[in-house]
Design a protein around this ligand. Structure first.
Ligand code: AMP
Ligand code: GLY
Length: 422
């Protein structure tokens, strides 16, 4: 099987490594890729938001399967174009990708499917802001305000704060630039990312993971695209895991089918395990980054065959997934100033070590690998338990040099120490 992967992050680097390990995969291509993926796949520079360009590339490399990593091409309908060209595609249609692309659509689907989620309100005029803020936050019984940019924002458009002025300032600046704001009730409790391979009504869950959205240790500082992740979750009881699949993901998949927007691809449920049980923070229409780097680090089943089964509507026959024992911890190395405008163009030393996945990297003409984005590398450590996987990841990180870079030192530490309780 010849597989074309679309994307350029450490998630796509992890997808390529897992695809390469599948004995039925014999050729890999990627667009646009990065300095790390260039050594394991044929790299092509095309506009991945253009269905026509992706189809032309898929034909050129004779792809049997196209795997679309990021949300932007999915929301724009690139998977529809690939399927219309008669090529199997892992990734939802434009209609189904609205589960991530439109928060209003996602809330409507969840309401129809009877799934618990935060209550929310859209504010589109500055004149309505203060009254709306009064209906959320500490005055309304929530520990914090949750203020979201109502567009795709790569995880960075969300401010969660107990400080009304901070909440107000974020909302006001979005409104001033003409963007509607979503206010949500605050969901308290540890977060879970559950990735499910879905084709229509068939749902195959992967290992549950947890990611770390804030930039600093102890969940301090602003939200980012994700600074680290670990899997599996030793503190998540099996019945809660199974309940998320049967009471949240399966009903949502069924509701999408009912709306003629059946989902084919990776349905990602982001949840908080509240005192009243799991509640959805958001759905995404693709693999999450950096959780994928941890989850795929433990997958023993052949990924190419799994994704091909979903893409061709035969997932129900695929059977149970197999996982390696132990744990995987991913730590993101970020450029100076990330999640603000990152410093780029610095030489990275040590980025070719085992367990290092590339994201914002390019190879310069002189052969040096240099930084080109905010999240530069993902370092993945595995081991018999979380503590061992943590040490493995941080040992690799210690051998990498990038001026001004930063990373969190506490990825998976609370779970490793048994400090997460439901
Ligand atoms: P999102 O971009 O919607 O994934 O939000 C980014 C992060 O903000 C989530 O991973 C949570 O940590 C936090 N967050 C978003 N919505 C809520 C909510 N309603 N209650 C509590 N935390 C939230
Ligand atoms: N890990 C968060 C995301 O991929 O959206």
């Amino acid at each position: 099987m010849r597989v074309l992967v679309i994307g350029s992050g450490a998630r796509e680097h992890a997808l390529l490594l897992a695809l390469r390990a599948d004995p039925q995969v014999d050729a890999l291509a990627i667009a646009p890729g990065n300095a790390g993926t260039a050594s394991i796949a044929d790299q092509h520079d095309v506009d991945v938001s253009s269905g026509d360009d992706v189809v032309a590339l898929a034909r050129k490399v004779h792809a049997d399967l196209v795997v679309i990593g990021p949300e932007v091409p999915l929301v724009l309908g690139v998977a529809d174009a690939v399927r219309a060209a008669g090529i199997a595609c892992f990734g939802p249609s434009k209609a189904a990708a609205q589960i991530e692309g439109s928060k209003a659509f996602a809330k409507d689907v969840m309401a129809a499917a009877g799934v618990r989620t935060a209550s929310s309100e859209i504010v589109d005029s500055p004149a309505d802001l203060d009254a709306a803020l009064d209906r959320f936050g500490p005055g309304a019984g929530d520990a914090a305000w949750v203020v979201k940019d109502d567009r795709l924002a790569a995880g960075k458009g969300v401010v969660v704060t107990p400080d009304r002025e901070v909440a107000r300032a974020h909302a006001a600046s979005l409104l001033e630039s003409g963007h509607p704001v979503l206010l949500e009730s605050f969901l308290d409790g540890p977060e879970v990312s559950l990735f499910c391979v879905v084709d229509g009504q068939t749902v195959v869950p992967l290992l549950a993971a947890q990611d770390f959205k804030r930039v600093g240790d102890g969940d301090s500082g602003p939200n980012t695209g994700g600074m680290g992740a670990y899997a599996p979750l030793p503190w998540l009881p099996d019945d809660v895991y199974r309940g998320i699949v049967s009471q949240i993901v399966e009903p949502v998949a069924a509701e999408l089918v009912r709306r003629n927007a059946g989902f084919s691809g990776l349905l990602y449920a982001g949840l908080a395990i509240t005192s009243q049980g799991p509640a959805v923070i958001e759905f995404n229409c693709r693999f999450g980054d950096p959780e994928t780097q941890s989850v795929l680090g433990l997958l023993d089943s052949p990924l190419g065959q799994l994704l091909y089964a979903a893409a061709t509507g035969t997932l129900a026959d695929f059977g149970e997934l197999r996982w390696r024992d132990g744990a995987a911890v991913t730590v993101v190395l970020a450029a100076e100033n990330y999640p603000g405008r990152p410093r780029v163009g610095d030489v990275i030393v040590g980025s070719d070590a085992d367990g290092v996945l590339h994201a914002g990297t390019v190879r310069r003409d002189d052969g040096a690998v240099v930084s080109s984005g905010g999240r530069v590398l993902s370092v993945v450590g595995t081991g018999p338990d979380l503590a061992a996987a943590r040490s493995a990841a941080y040992d690799i990180l210690a051998s990498i040099k990038l001026p001004g870079s930063h990373f969190r030192t506490d990825i998976g530490s609370a779970a490793a120490e048994g400090k997460i309780h439901l």
